[in-house]
Design a protein around this ligand. Sequence first.
Ligand code: LMR
Length: 342
Amino acid sequence: MVNSLPQSSARRKLVAAAGISALLPFASQAQQQVLIKFSHVVAPDTPKGKGAERFKQLAEERTKGRVKVEIYPNSQLYKDKEEIEALQLGSVQMLAPSLAKFGPIGVKEFEVFDLPFIFKDTASFRAVTDGPVGELLFKKLESKGIKGLAYWDNGFAIMSANKPLHHVSDFKGLKMRIQSSKVLDANMRSLGAIPQVMAFSELYQGLQSGVVDGTENTPSNDYTQKIHEVQKHITVSNHSHISYAVIVNKKFWEGLPADLRTILEGAMKDATRYANAIAETENMQALDKIKASGKSTVYDPTPAEAEEWRKAMFVVHKDLEERVGKDTITSVYKASGFLPPK
Ligand code: LMR
């Protein structure tokens, strides 16, 4: 019993005990596990889904458990429209939204990535994201409380509907689902279609019920969401490009202990290398699986048809210049080597 001890040593013990317990919260804080909730809207077996899993594995391994990453795929936690706001509020720490989804928070420059036929191949896309243009665009997120960590590829978008899409005239009056991007809206209108923004999580249902007639996406997204089962015709148009910005809540990220942040930056770098290395193959394999399913007729446009689409869609580069920013468009042309048609 404390009071049976001589007053001085009992007192010393109490002070020592009080001292340690006062330190505990800090000690436990330093040891406290950091939780990163990583929410996204696609299936786990996609380039983005696998990239997220790889980041989780590397982050948890390299921080020796000081960081725990919880991944919520397929819009389980937040769907389009909700996810970026949830990140800004700090309800989720990490996302990887499509670059087509930043217009609604006022960062319209990202819609440059949606311009039709602007990238001739993955290398020309990477030349933009891995250089000063990509860096500058990430800077524009910071005033929104968002820190851009990496760009992850998915791939080129193909068109689908329940009728053949060979000529521009085939699009007339079709209700086509798009992501929330004014450039994607203009792309569809330039083909004579009626664009309709719809959350990715509602797409299958929207096509099955006929709320929308068709859509555009990458083969890996189409296959993993079974879009080919409700779309009788697919045209391998590669008319635009879908890719991602891996982003975190800026306050959360800058509040991390510096040593932890450095480890996580390294994990993100290696996860990015992995995700970008598998993207093209994932999409090729998905397209092969769609063809093998026999559920949808997969059509490669002739050079003349491709040229007809380009001619019709190129107006969007000019029409949306004011929204996206002439400087942004010119800098992407330069970095990607894009040559506007005469
Ligand atoms: C879409 O909404 O179509 C895509 O952005 C989904 C995704 O994140 O790939």
